[in-house]
Design a protein around this ligand. Structure first.
Ligand SMILES: Cc1cc2nc3c(=O)[nH]c(=O)nc-3n(C[C@H](O)[C@H](O)[C@H](O)COP(=O)(O)OP(=O)(O)OC[C@H]3O[C@@H](n4cnc5c(N)ncnc54)[C@H](O)[C@@H]3O)c2cc1C
Length: 397
Protein backbone atom coordinates (compact mmCIF):
# COMPACT_ATOMS: atom_id res chain seq x y z
CA UNK A 1 0.00 0.00 0.00
CA UNK A 2 1.22 3.53 -0.82
CA UNK A 3 2.60 5.61 1.99
CA UNK A 4 0.92 8.96 2.49
CA UNK A 5 1.61 11.86 2.41
CA UNK A 6 2.88 11.79 -1.16
CA UNK A 7 5.58 13.80 -2.86
CA UNK A 8 3.69 15.40 -5.74
CA UNK A 9 4.81 17.38 -8.78
CA UNK A 10 2.28 19.75 -10.37
CA UNK A 11 3.05 20.87 -13.91
CA UNK A 12 1.45 24.27 -14.63
CA UNK A 13 0.65 27.05 -12.19
CA UNK A 14 -2.67 28.32 -13.54
CA UNK A 15 -6.03 27.97 -11.77
CA UNK A 16 -5.93 24.16 -11.72
CA UNK A 17 -2.26 23.94 -10.71
CA UNK A 18 -2.37 26.56 -7.95
CA UNK A 19 -5.67 25.25 -6.55
CA UNK A 20 -4.40 21.64 -6.62
CA UNK A 21 -1.18 22.72 -4.88
CA UNK A 22 -3.24 24.40 -2.15
CA UNK A 23 -5.69 21.50 -1.73
CA UNK A 24 -2.90 18.90 -1.62
CA UNK A 25 -0.63 20.86 0.75
CA UNK A 26 -3.57 21.45 3.07
CA UNK A 27 -3.83 17.64 3.29
CA UNK A 28 -0.16 17.34 4.21
CA UNK A 29 1.31 16.27 0.84
CA UNK A 30 4.69 17.65 -0.19
CA UNK A 31 4.06 19.64 -3.35
CA UNK A 32 6.24 21.23 -6.00
CA UNK A 33 5.00 23.31 -8.97
CA UNK A 34 6.84 23.83 -12.23
CA UNK A 35 5.50 26.60 -14.44
CA UNK A 36 6.89 27.29 -17.86
CA UNK A 37 6.45 31.08 -17.72
CA UNK A 38 9.53 32.74 -16.24
CA UNK A 39 7.35 35.00 -14.10
CA UNK A 40 3.68 34.96 -13.16
CA UNK A 41 2.19 36.65 -16.18
CA UNK A 42 -1.53 36.40 -16.66
CA UNK A 43 -3.30 37.86 -19.62
CA UNK A 44 -5.49 40.62 -18.48
CA UNK A 45 -9.27 40.94 -18.46
CA UNK A 46 -11.68 39.43 -16.01
CA UNK A 47 -13.17 36.12 -15.11
CA UNK A 48 -16.56 35.15 -13.70
CA UNK A 49 -16.69 32.80 -10.77
CA UNK A 50 -20.19 31.44 -10.14
CA UNK A 51 -21.32 30.20 -6.73
CA UNK A 52 -20.13 26.62 -7.28
CA UNK A 53 -16.60 27.91 -7.96
CA UNK A 54 -16.77 30.17 -4.92
CA UNK A 55 -17.70 27.17 -2.77
CA UNK A 56 -14.51 25.42 -3.94
CA UNK A 57 -12.48 28.58 -3.24
CA UNK A 58 -13.95 28.55 0.27
CA UNK A 59 -12.64 25.00 0.78
CA UNK A 60 -9.20 26.20 -0.30
CA UNK A 61 -9.24 29.10 2.19
CA UNK A 62 -9.35 31.65 -0.64
CA UNK A 63 -12.91 32.93 -0.47
CA UNK A 64 -12.44 36.01 1.70
CA UNK A 65 -9.49 37.52 -0.21
CA UNK A 66 -11.18 36.73 -3.53
CA UNK A 67 -14.43 38.38 -2.38
CA UNK A 68 -12.45 41.44 -1.25
CA UNK A 69 -10.54 41.75 -4.52
CA UNK A 70 -13.46 41.06 -6.86
CA UNK A 71 -17.00 42.30 -7.28
CA UNK A 72 -20.01 40.22 -6.26
CA UNK A 73 -23.00 41.12 -8.42
CA UNK A 74 -25.87 42.14 -6.11
CA UNK A 75 -28.43 39.32 -5.92
CA UNK A 76 -26.75 37.57 -8.89
CA UNK A 77 -28.59 39.86 -11.33
CA UNK A 78 -28.07 39.53 -15.06
CA UNK A 79 -29.80 41.97 -17.39
CA UNK A 80 -30.50 40.94 -21.01
CA UNK A 81 -30.65 43.74 -23.57
CA UNK A 82 -31.00 43.80 -27.34
CA UNK A 83 -28.20 45.32 -29.36
CA UNK A 84 -29.86 48.73 -29.40
CA UNK A 85 -29.84 48.77 -25.59
CA UNK A 86 -33.54 47.97 -25.04
CA UNK A 87 -33.98 45.75 -21.97
CA UNK A 88 -35.36 42.26 -22.68
CA UNK A 89 -35.49 40.59 -19.27
CA UNK A 90 -33.64 40.26 -15.98
CA UNK A 91 -32.53 36.89 -14.61
CA UNK A 92 -30.89 35.89 -11.35
CA UNK A 93 -28.24 33.24 -10.71
CA UNK A 94 -28.40 31.03 -7.62
CA UNK A 95 -26.38 31.84 -4.49
CA UNK A 96 -24.93 29.07 -2.32
CA UNK A 97 -24.79 28.19 1.35
CA UNK A 98 -28.12 29.84 2.15
CA UNK A 99 -27.07 33.14 0.58
CA UNK A 100 -23.68 33.39 2.35
CA UNK A 101 -21.89 32.74 -0.94
CA UNK A 102 -22.78 35.16 -3.74
CA UNK A 103 -24.17 33.94 -7.05
CA UNK A 104 -21.54 35.53 -9.33
CA UNK A 105 -18.28 37.27 -8.69
CA UNK A 106 -16.22 39.08 -11.31
CA UNK A 107 -12.49 39.48 -10.69
CA UNK A 108 -9.42 40.52 -12.63
CA UNK A 109 -7.56 37.33 -13.59
CA UNK A 110 -4.22 38.73 -12.46
CA UNK A 111 -5.72 39.56 -9.03
CA UNK A 112 -7.18 36.10 -8.64
CA UNK A 113 -3.86 34.59 -9.55
CA UNK A 114 -1.96 36.88 -7.14
CA UNK A 115 -4.19 35.60 -4.30
CA UNK A 116 -3.73 31.96 -5.32
CA UNK A 117 0.05 32.34 -5.73
CA UNK A 118 0.33 34.01 -2.29
CA UNK A 119 -1.51 31.13 -0.68
CA UNK A 120 0.70 28.61 -2.53
CA UNK A 121 3.74 30.36 -1.12
CA UNK A 122 2.28 30.64 2.44
CA UNK A 123 1.80 26.86 2.38
CA UNK A 124 5.46 26.33 1.56
CA UNK A 125 4.94 24.86 -1.90
CA UNK A 126 8.16 25.11 -3.86
CA UNK A 127 7.55 26.89 -7.16
CA UNK A 128 9.98 26.70 -10.07
CA UNK A 129 9.20 29.31 -12.70
CA UNK A 130 10.62 29.12 -16.21
CA UNK A 131 10.72 25.32 -15.89
CA UNK A 132 8.94 22.46 -17.55
CA UNK A 133 9.11 18.69 -17.79
CA UNK A 134 10.94 17.08 -20.68
CA UNK A 135 10.81 13.42 -19.73
CA UNK A 136 8.76 11.17 -17.47
CA UNK A 137 9.47 7.54 -16.64
CA UNK A 138 7.43 5.47 -14.25
CA UNK A 139 9.02 2.54 -12.43
CA UNK A 140 8.82 0.82 -9.05
CA UNK A 141 6.02 3.03 -7.74
CA UNK A 142 7.69 6.35 -8.60
CA UNK A 143 7.82 8.78 -11.48
CA UNK A 144 11.29 9.89 -12.51
CA UNK A 145 11.12 13.38 -13.97
CA UNK A 146 13.70 15.24 -16.04
CA UNK A 147 13.20 19.02 -16.09
CA UNK A 148 14.04 21.56 -18.78
CA UNK A 149 16.95 22.87 -16.65
CA UNK A 150 18.51 19.37 -16.91
CA UNK A 151 17.88 18.56 -13.24
CA UNK A 152 15.88 15.47 -12.31
CA UNK A 153 13.85 14.24 -9.35
CA UNK A 154 11.61 11.40 -8.26
CA UNK A 155 7.94 11.90 -7.29
CA UNK A 156 5.17 9.62 -6.06
CA UNK A 157 2.64 11.37 -8.31
CA UNK A 158 2.61 13.92 -11.13
CA UNK A 159 -0.37 16.18 -11.92
CA UNK A 160 -0.56 17.70 -15.40
CA UNK A 161 -2.30 21.07 -14.96
CA UNK A 162 -0.72 22.67 -17.99
CA UNK A 163 -3.86 23.87 -19.73
CA UNK A 164 -5.48 23.48 -23.12
CA UNK A 165 -2.22 22.94 -25.01
CA UNK A 166 -0.92 20.52 -22.42
CA UNK A 167 2.50 19.02 -23.20
CA UNK A 168 1.84 16.54 -20.39
CA UNK A 169 -0.89 14.95 -22.54
CA UNK A 170 1.63 13.92 -25.18
CA UNK A 171 4.29 13.03 -22.60
CA UNK A 172 1.92 10.35 -21.30
CA UNK A 173 1.02 9.21 -24.80
CA UNK A 174 -2.28 10.99 -25.41
CA UNK A 175 -2.35 12.80 -28.73
CA UNK A 176 -5.31 15.17 -28.63
CA UNK A 177 -4.78 18.64 -30.07
CA UNK A 178 -7.39 21.22 -29.00
CA UNK A 179 -10.41 21.54 -31.29
CA UNK A 180 -11.13 25.00 -32.70
CA UNK A 181 -14.77 25.79 -32.01
CA UNK A 182 -15.47 28.45 -34.65
CA UNK A 183 -15.70 31.34 -32.17
CA UNK A 184 -13.53 34.28 -31.30
CA UNK A 185 -13.82 36.29 -28.08
CA UNK A 186 -12.89 39.92 -27.57
CA UNK A 187 -12.29 41.25 -24.08
CA UNK A 188 -11.44 44.72 -22.72
CA UNK A 189 -11.01 46.32 -19.29
CA UNK A 190 -12.48 49.72 -18.31
CA UNK A 191 -13.15 51.94 -15.35
CA UNK A 192 -16.47 50.96 -13.78
CA UNK A 193 -19.15 53.64 -13.50
CA UNK A 194 -20.38 53.32 -9.90
CA UNK A 195 -23.98 52.68 -10.98
CA UNK A 196 -23.02 49.69 -13.17
CA UNK A 197 -23.30 46.80 -10.74
CA UNK A 198 -25.12 44.04 -12.65
CA UNK A 199 -23.89 41.54 -15.20
CA UNK A 200 -25.16 42.62 -18.61
CA UNK A 201 -25.67 40.45 -21.72
CA UNK A 202 -26.51 42.16 -24.99
CA UNK A 203 -27.96 40.01 -27.74
CA UNK A 204 -26.89 40.93 -31.26
CA UNK A 205 -27.40 38.83 -34.38
CA UNK A 206 -24.86 36.02 -34.23
CA UNK A 207 -22.90 38.13 -31.73
CA UNK A 208 -23.09 38.75 -28.01
CA UNK A 209 -21.63 41.58 -25.96
CA UNK A 210 -21.34 41.31 -22.19
CA UNK A 211 -20.34 43.67 -19.41
CA UNK A 212 -19.22 42.51 -15.98
CA UNK A 213 -17.90 44.43 -12.93
CA UNK A 214 -14.61 42.95 -11.69
CA UNK A 215 -13.77 45.28 -8.77
CA UNK A 216 -14.94 48.50 -7.16
CA UNK A 217 -12.95 50.36 -9.81
CA UNK A 218 -13.05 48.15 -12.91
CA UNK A 219 -15.29 46.18 -15.23
CA UNK A 220 -14.59 44.09 -18.28
CA UNK A 221 -16.46 43.62 -21.50
CA UNK A 222 -16.52 40.49 -23.63
CA UNK A 223 -17.86 40.06 -27.12
CA UNK A 224 -18.29 36.79 -28.99
CA UNK A 225 -18.27 36.34 -32.75
CA UNK A 226 -18.24 33.54 -35.27
CA UNK A 227 -14.73 33.45 -36.78
CA UNK A 228 -12.98 31.21 -39.32
CA UNK A 229 -10.15 29.09 -37.95
CA UNK A 230 -7.46 31.06 -39.74
CA UNK A 231 -8.70 34.43 -38.39
CA UNK A 232 -5.76 36.53 -37.25
CA UNK A 233 -5.80 40.08 -35.89
CA UNK A 234 -2.50 41.83 -35.23
CA UNK A 235 -2.45 42.74 -31.49
CA UNK A 236 -1.85 46.44 -32.13
CA UNK A 237 -5.09 46.55 -34.15
CA UNK A 238 -7.18 44.90 -31.38
CA UNK A 239 -8.81 48.03 -29.88
CA UNK A 240 -9.87 49.34 -33.28
CA UNK A 241 -10.99 45.93 -34.55
CA UNK A 242 -12.99 45.25 -31.38
CA UNK A 243 -14.78 48.58 -31.72
CA UNK A 244 -15.56 47.96 -35.40
CA UNK A 245 -16.69 44.36 -34.75
CA UNK A 246 -19.35 45.42 -32.23
CA UNK A 247 -20.24 48.83 -33.69
CA UNK A 248 -23.96 47.99 -33.92
CA UNK A 249 -24.14 47.58 -30.11
CA UNK A 250 -25.52 50.71 -28.46
CA UNK A 251 -27.05 51.25 -25.00
CA UNK A 252 -24.74 50.14 -22.16
CA UNK A 253 -22.04 48.90 -24.62
CA UNK A 254 -21.62 52.18 -26.52
CA UNK A 255 -19.48 54.12 -24.06
CA UNK A 256 -17.02 51.26 -23.55
CA UNK A 257 -16.65 50.59 -27.28
CA UNK A 258 -16.18 54.32 -27.83
CA UNK A 259 -13.49 54.42 -25.10
CA UNK A 260 -11.30 51.78 -26.80
CA UNK A 261 -7.93 53.19 -27.78
CA UNK A 262 -4.29 52.15 -28.16
CA UNK A 263 -3.96 52.43 -24.36
CA UNK A 264 -6.82 50.00 -23.63
CA UNK A 265 -6.31 46.47 -22.35
CA UNK A 266 -7.84 44.41 -25.16
CA UNK A 267 -7.48 40.71 -25.92
CA UNK A 268 -8.65 38.50 -28.77
CA UNK A 269 -8.85 34.75 -28.15
CA UNK A 270 -9.72 31.98 -30.60
CA UNK A 271 -11.88 29.57 -28.61
CA UNK A 272 -10.75 25.93 -28.41
CA UNK A 273 -11.93 22.86 -26.54
CA UNK A 274 -10.45 19.63 -25.22
CA UNK A 275 -12.73 16.71 -24.34
CA UNK A 276 -10.53 13.90 -23.18
CA UNK A 277 -12.26 10.54 -22.72
CA UNK A 278 -11.50 8.64 -19.51
CA UNK A 279 -9.12 7.63 -18.12
CA UNK A 280 -7.52 11.02 -17.45
CA UNK A 281 -4.50 9.28 -15.95
CA UNK A 282 -1.75 6.94 -17.04
CA UNK A 283 -0.26 5.16 -14.06
CA UNK A 284 0.83 7.82 -11.55
CA UNK A 285 0.31 10.81 -13.83
CA UNK A 286 -3.09 12.56 -13.89
CA UNK A 287 -4.40 15.40 -16.08
CA UNK A 288 -6.72 18.01 -14.53
CA UNK A 289 -8.29 21.35 -15.52
CA UNK A 290 -8.17 22.46 -19.16
CA UNK A 291 -5.57 19.80 -19.95
CA UNK A 292 -8.40 17.24 -19.59
CA UNK A 293 -11.62 19.20 -20.21
CA UNK A 294 -11.20 22.72 -21.61
CA UNK A 295 -14.65 24.15 -22.29
CA UNK A 296 -15.92 27.01 -24.42
CA UNK A 297 -16.45 30.00 -22.11
CA UNK A 298 -20.18 30.59 -22.74
CA UNK A 299 -21.21 29.28 -19.31
CA UNK A 300 -18.20 30.87 -17.54
CA UNK A 301 -17.48 27.58 -15.80
CA UNK A 302 -14.03 26.37 -16.97
CA UNK A 303 -12.22 27.96 -14.04
CA UNK A 304 -14.78 26.66 -11.55
CA UNK A 305 -14.31 23.14 -12.98
CA UNK A 306 -10.54 23.45 -12.44
CA UNK A 307 -11.12 24.59 -8.83
CA UNK A 308 -13.45 21.65 -8.17
CA UNK A 309 -10.92 19.25 -9.72
CA UNK A 310 -8.38 20.43 -7.15
CA UNK A 311 -10.71 19.91 -4.19
CA UNK A 312 -11.87 16.48 -5.43
CA UNK A 313 -8.35 15.26 -6.24
CA UNK A 314 -7.18 15.95 -2.69
CA UNK A 315 -10.31 14.25 -1.35
CA UNK A 316 -9.86 11.18 -3.60
CA UNK A 317 -6.25 10.71 -2.45
CA UNK A 318 -7.44 10.91 1.14
CA UNK A 319 -10.19 8.33 0.71
CA UNK A 320 -8.60 5.73 -1.56
CA UNK A 321 -5.76 3.42 -0.66
CA UNK A 322 -3.74 3.72 -3.87
CA UNK A 323 -3.18 6.51 -6.39
CA UNK A 324 -4.59 4.26 -9.13
CA UNK A 325 -7.85 3.90 -7.20
CA UNK A 326 -7.91 7.61 -6.35
CA UNK A 327 -7.28 8.71 -9.95
CA UNK A 328 -9.91 6.30 -11.27
CA UNK A 329 -12.48 7.54 -8.73
CA UNK A 330 -11.53 11.15 -9.49
CA UNK A 331 -12.05 10.74 -13.25
CA UNK A 332 -15.26 8.76 -12.86
CA UNK A 333 -16.67 11.43 -10.53
CA UNK A 334 -15.56 14.50 -12.47
CA UNK A 335 -16.18 13.37 -16.07
CA UNK A 336 -20.03 13.67 -16.11
CA UNK A 337 -19.90 17.14 -14.49
CA UNK A 338 -17.28 18.48 -16.90
CA UNK A 339 -18.98 16.87 -19.89
CA UNK A 340 -22.31 18.46 -18.90
CA UNK A 341 -20.71 21.92 -18.65
CA UNK A 342 -18.94 21.50 -21.98
CA UNK A 343 -22.10 20.33 -23.75
CA UNK A 344 -24.28 23.11 -22.29
CA UNK A 345 -21.65 25.75 -23.04
CA UNK A 346 -21.16 24.57 -26.63
CA UNK A 347 -24.94 24.59 -27.18
CA UNK A 348 -25.22 28.21 -25.97
CA UNK A 349 -22.40 29.27 -28.31
CA UNK A 350 -23.83 27.44 -31.29
CA UNK A 351 -27.39 28.73 -30.72
CA UNK A 352 -25.99 32.27 -30.68
CA UNK A 353 -24.11 31.68 -33.92
CA UNK A 354 -27.04 30.31 -35.97
CA UNK A 355 -29.03 33.52 -36.16
CA UNK A 356 -28.48 34.96 -39.61
CA UNK A 357 -32.06 34.30 -40.77
CA UNK A 358 -33.71 34.49 -37.41
CA UNK A 359 -36.53 36.88 -36.54
CA UNK A 360 -34.83 38.85 -33.78
CA UNK A 361 -38.13 40.00 -32.23
CA UNK A 362 -39.25 36.39 -31.89
CA UNK A 363 -35.87 35.45 -30.46
CA UNK A 364 -36.05 38.24 -27.89
CA UNK A 365 -39.58 37.20 -26.92
CA UNK A 366 -38.29 33.66 -26.41
CA UNK A 367 -35.43 34.96 -24.24
CA UNK A 368 -37.93 36.93 -22.17
CA UNK A 369 -40.00 33.82 -21.56
CA UNK A 370 -37.30 31.19 -21.12
CA UNK A 371 -34.06 32.81 -19.88
CA UNK A 372 -34.70 32.30 -16.15
CA UNK A 373 -35.93 28.75 -16.75
CA UNK A 374 -32.70 27.95 -18.61
CA UNK A 375 -30.52 29.33 -15.81
CA UNK A 376 -32.48 27.34 -13.23
CA UNK A 377 -32.37 24.16 -15.30
CA UNK A 378 -28.60 24.41 -15.80
CA UNK A 379 -27.82 25.05 -12.13
CA UNK A 380 -30.30 22.45 -10.87
CA UNK A 381 -28.73 19.81 -13.09
CA UNK A 382 -25.21 20.93 -12.16
CA UNK A 383 -26.09 20.56 -8.45
CA UNK A 384 -27.48 17.07 -9.01
CA UNK A 385 -24.38 16.02 -10.96
CA UNK A 386 -22.08 17.48 -8.33
CA UNK A 387 -23.93 15.65 -5.57
CA UNK A 388 -23.67 12.39 -7.57
CA UNK A 389 -19.96 13.08 -8.13
CA UNK A 390 -19.40 13.39 -4.39
CA UNK A 391 -20.85 9.91 -3.89
CA UNK A 392 -18.90 8.41 -6.80
CA UNK A 393 -15.67 9.87 -5.45
CA UNK A 394 -16.12 7.82 -2.29
CA UNK A 395 -17.06 4.51 -3.91
CA UNK A 396 -14.42 1.79 -3.96
CA UNK A 397 -13.37 0.84 -7.52
C1 LIG B 1 -12.03 33.71 -23.54
C2 LIG B 1 -12.19 32.87 -22.32
C3 LIG B 1 -12.97 33.32 -21.26
C4 LIG B 1 -13.14 32.52 -20.12
N1 LIG B 1 -13.92 32.97 -19.12
C5 LIG B 1 -14.11 32.21 -18.03
C6 LIG B 1 -14.93 32.66 -16.96
O1 LIG B 1 -15.47 33.78 -17.00
N2 LIG B 1 -15.08 31.85 -15.88
C7 LIG B 1 -14.47 30.62 -15.81
O2 LIG B 1 -14.65 29.92 -14.79
N3 LIG B 1 -13.70 30.16 -16.81
C8 LIG B 1 -13.49 30.93 -17.91
N4 LIG B 1 -12.69 30.49 -18.90
C9 LIG B 1 -12.03 29.17 -18.77
C10 LIG B 1 -10.82 29.27 -17.84
O3 LIG B 1 -9.98 30.34 -18.23
C11 LIG B 1 -10.05 27.97 -17.87
O4 LIG B 1 -10.92 26.88 -17.74
C12 LIG B 1 -9.01 27.93 -16.76
O5 LIG B 1 -8.07 28.96 -16.93
C13 LIG B 1 -8.31 26.57 -16.75
O6 LIG B 1 -7.27 26.58 -15.81
P1 LIG B 1 -6.02 25.63 -16.00
O7 LIG B 1 -5.14 25.92 -14.85
O8 LIG B 1 -6.45 24.26 -16.28
O9 LIG B 1 -5.30 26.14 -17.34
P2 LIG B 1 -4.55 27.50 -17.60
O10 LIG B 1 -5.24 28.63 -16.95
O11 LIG B 1 -4.33 27.55 -19.08
O12 LIG B 1 -3.13 27.32 -16.87
C14 LIG B 1 -2.16 26.44 -17.35
C15 LIG B 1 -0.81 26.86 -16.79
O13 LIG B 1 0.16 25.91 -17.18
C16 LIG B 1 1.30 26.58 -17.72
N5 LIG B 1 1.92 25.66 -18.66
C17 LIG B 1 1.52 25.37 -19.92
N6 LIG B 1 2.31 24.44 -20.46
C18 LIG B 1 3.24 24.13 -19.51
C19 LIG B 1 4.32 23.23 -19.48
N7 LIG B 1 4.61 22.43 -20.52
N8 LIG B 1 5.07 23.16 -18.36
C20 LIG B 1 4.80 23.95 -17.28
N9 LIG B 1 3.79 24.83 -17.27
C21 LIG B 1 3.00 24.91 -18.37
C22 LIG B 1 0.74 27.84 -18.34
O14 LIG B 1 1.74 28.84 -18.48
C23 LIG B 1 -0.33 28.21 -17.32
O15 LIG B 1 0.20 28.96 -16.26
C24 LIG B 1 -12.51 31.25 -20.05
C25 LIG B 1 -11.72 30.80 -21.12
C26 LIG B 1 -11.56 31.59 -22.24
C27 LIG B 1 -10.71 31.07 -23.39
Amino acid sequence: MDQKPHKILIVGGGIAGCCAAIALSQRGHRVQIVEKQDKWRFKSSGIFVYANGLVSLGKLGLLDPILRAGFAVPNGRNGYFDQSGEPIVETVYPEADGGKIPAILGIKRAEMHRIMANRVSELGVSVHLGTTVVELTEAHGYVDVVFSDATSAQFDLVIGADGLRSDMRSLIGIEMPPRYTGFGIWRSVHERPTDLTDKIMMMGTGKRFGIMPISDELLYTFGTVVAAKETFHAPDSWPETMRATFQEFKGPAARFLHELSGRSEVLYTAVEEVSLPLPWHRGRVLLIGDAAHASTPFMGQGGAMAMQDAVDLAEALEIHATPEQAFTAFGTARFPVCEFVQTASRAVGEAGAREENRDVQARNAEIEQTAQQKVDKFYDRLSVLMAEAELVLRQPN
